[in-house]
Design a protein around this ligand. Sequence first.
Ligand SMILES: [Zn+2]
Length: 313
Amino acid sequence: MKNTQTIPTCPRCGYDQSGEVAAWTDRCPVAGTCPECGTEFRWADLFDPARQDFPWLVEHTRSVRRRARRTVPTLVCLALPWVFWSRVNVHARTDARAVAGWLLMLFIALHLFCWLPLSLVLAATDLGYPLSYTKLSSMIGSLAGFEFMIWLATGLMWPVACISYDGWVWCNCFGDGFTLISAMRMPLGMSLTWFAFLFALPITRRIAKLRTAHLQRAVLFQLSGLIVVFAAMRILYAFALHGTAKPWVEAIILFLYLVVCVWTLVWWICAAVIGWKIRSWPLLALSTVASLLGGVVLYVIEMSMSNMLRFYL
Ligand SMILES: [Zn+2]
């Protein structure tokens, strides 16, 4: 039964179990316990980590078509961190490259999906509300024309850059484009601090007893939340161009921003408690506080840097 290609390691802490296997003489047990972290496992899973793969998880496939099919079930599970982490625990095979590939796919797909509606909203704003029949017919008439090309190009880059009618690209980095990108600083800072806290400090590493691959999984899947919110905010910013809609659109943007921050916090706490079964409450409390501080620090650094840039440019 021994497979020479796979070194049996603990799914949680990565401890090499070859010594245990070498001690087997005439029979092998079905289940085992890691002497390093105490995690119980089935030996068969150690020799073939893909044995327990989930048919709905994007991490467990490299095929583009399967990834596309698995995107909705994975996103639904990600929206409910306690559901995700109760299924995708330390025993689930990790594949950071598969998740990274899917994130790129998700970003491109959402960007293209929003492209046309966004261009139409920008065109309507340019024409001015309320849209009359003549305005609509002129818009339809220009579908293949130069104006529409400009709206399409702006829709692709909105709200980071816009293209004016004389062909100039003007950077909107200090306007809505800036706000959109910097909206990600707090949840991103929180997530990176959790990672750094559990990964970089020897003492927390010793308590957590966790392979880096599990932390990478948490960081990468958290990015998917940011990608989805980023796409939603792009569309919302286009609606905010319309003066009367601006206050409520801004309220929705603020609400989304708070949701993604709270979700990030719940995401990491569920990962630690439900997914990785970390039972050290001081470690959990410290990580939570550190992550909030990390988010604020990134927020302040980024804000002061952009203020400096604004001052000099
Ligand atoms: Zn272990």
